[in-house]
Design a protein around this ligand. Structure first.
Ligand SMILES: Cc1cc2nc3c(=O)[nH]c(=O)nc-3n(C[C@H](O)[C@H](O)[C@H](O)COP(=O)(O)OP(=O)(O)OC[C@H]3O[C@@H](n4cnc5c(N)ncnc54)[C@H](O)[C@@H]3O)c2cc1C
Length: 394
């Protein structure tokens, strides 16, 4: 067995791992990095949406495929529209395929980066003092080790997007989604408006809606989404999504080009399982905004901050990826949902009706002002929130 030492190990070449690596290289990091990924290539069947182009590094702006200045919510025969004029609050979208292609073009051939694809690895908790002699000289280093086939690698810092998570006792909500990219007849979609939550319905354990991302009037992602406390089968959801696609509402010659799907935890009480000095990152490192499932912006912000503190001081930034005020608000909101799932369409409709596009976009991007937060709280029905504040979880 051989052993060697690098400055940074990144386990998982997904969004969080590659975003950190890009930010490090853009900010002039000169240390050595080992990237270990269990897949043979990145997972590209994903579309990442977020509010506000200005919220991501300018080097990624050219990857944004579309901007929308209008979005809507509907359920129970009511529809609420949000419109904005400014790109600062527009809904933007980029595709995983374009992101990874850009990243690998930029990172390929750099002598400081070693890539191991298709590679199983195991985190090692204990640190071999000899192997880490260099790393130990740095007081800020974390010191981690990774076992690969026939090789042990130690590093000053380790980032792991494949770590485990511990679930809280009792009910938790997961977000299940299955989306079809469809090509259909012209004028089947309003290409100017995203249907963020359409046809909202709920029972006592599941809230369901359809999300429609129209790239053109004849091309869109139609996604069936469930925030659910029970197990949902993605295969059954795919059939249900096919029924929606073929309902006739989106033209009669609909062709499904590809699918994208996933399950994301929605709970501020889910904690990453910390292995030794490894830093859990990405979806498994609590970088998902619990009330919505959005993680792209949080990951970009975290990557920039972490790269900055590693480049300038060779230490980690202590800032939390999601600010505690948003975690507290999300925690209360999700507690209300867990106790009153059937009320979910009313909660989201109240927010859509009583809050404007700019306030909503600022809240979704963690840029809300004090008065924005107050107006969101005021928009909600008061009784379930007061009750949730004063009653324990069952
Ligand atoms: C289909 C889909 C659409 C989404 N859309 C949005 C969106 O529109 N907006 C938004 O903000 N968020 C969105 N999200 C949420 C979030 O942005 C993504 O899940 C994002 O990819 C999370 O990044 P990550 O690095 O945590 O995980 P990933 O990108 O999945 O990366 C983790 C990597 O670790 C690798 N890995 C796993 N185990 C090991 C191991 N043992 N050793 C080595 N490598 C390993 C995996 O193969 C993977 O490449 C979406 C999620 C999904 C699934």
């Amino acid at each position: 067995m051989t052993s060697n030492n690098v400055d940074i190990i990144i386990r998982g070449a997904g969004l969080s791992g590659i975003s950190l690596l890009l930010a490090l290289i853009e900010q002039g990091y000169s240390g050595s990095v080992l990237v270990v990924e269990k897949r043979a290539e990145p997972e590209t069947q994903k579309t990442w949406c977020f509010w506000g182009e200005e919220n991501i590094s300018s080097s990624l702006h050219h990857l944004i495929k579309r901007h929308w200045f209008s979005w809507s919510f509907s359920g129970d025969g009511q529809e609420y529209h949000h419109c904005t004029q400014s790109s600062e609050h527009a809904y933007c979208c980029l595709q995983a395929e374009d992101f990874y292609q850009y990243a690998f073009e930029k990172l390929k051939g750099l002598p400081t980066i070693e890539w191991l694809w298709n590679t199983d690895s195991e985190l090692i908790d204990t640190v071999d003092a000899n192997a880490n002699a260099n790393a130990n000289a740095n007081a800020n280093a974390n010191n981690v080790e990774l076992a690969l086939k026939g090789r042990r690698v130690s590093a000053s810092f380790g980032f792991d997007s494949a770590c485990g998570i511990s679930l809280p006792e009792g009910n938790t909500i997961n977000q299940y989604f299955v989306g079809a990219w469809v090509k259909t007849s012209p004028q089947s979609f309003n290409a100017k408006k995203v249907a963020l939550m359409s046809n909202m319905t709920a029972d006592e354990s599941c809230f369901e809606f359809t999300y429609i991302l129209p790239f053109n009037s004849d091309y869109a992602l139609i996604e069936l989404t469930r925030f659910s406390m029970r197990y949902e089968s993605l295969a059954d959801m795919q059939s249900a999504c096919e029924d929606i696609v073929n309902s006739g509402d989106y033209g009669n010659d609909v062709v499904i080009e590809k699918w994208e799907k996933g399950v994301l935890p929605m709970d501020t009480r889910i904690a990453p399982v910390k292995e030794g000095n490894w830093n859990c990152i990405g979806a498994r490192g609590s970088m998902i905004r619990a009330s919505s499932g959005y993680a792209f912006l949080t990951i970009q912000r975290w990557a920039q901050k972490t790269a900055q503190s590693l480049c300038s001081e060779n230490k980690l930034s202590l800032a939390k990826p999601i600010s505690p005020i948003y975690s507290a608000l999300d925690s209360l909101f999700l507690k209300v949902m867990r106790k009153n799932m059937a009320l979910s369409p009313t909660l989201f409709s109240s927010m859509a009706k009583n809050v404007n596009a700019v306030v909503f976009a600022r809240f979704m991007t963690e840029k809300a002002t004090f008065s924005d937060v107050l107006s969101i709280i005021k928009a909600m029905p008061i009784r379930p929130f007061v009750k949730a504040l004063f009653t324990p979880e069952h």
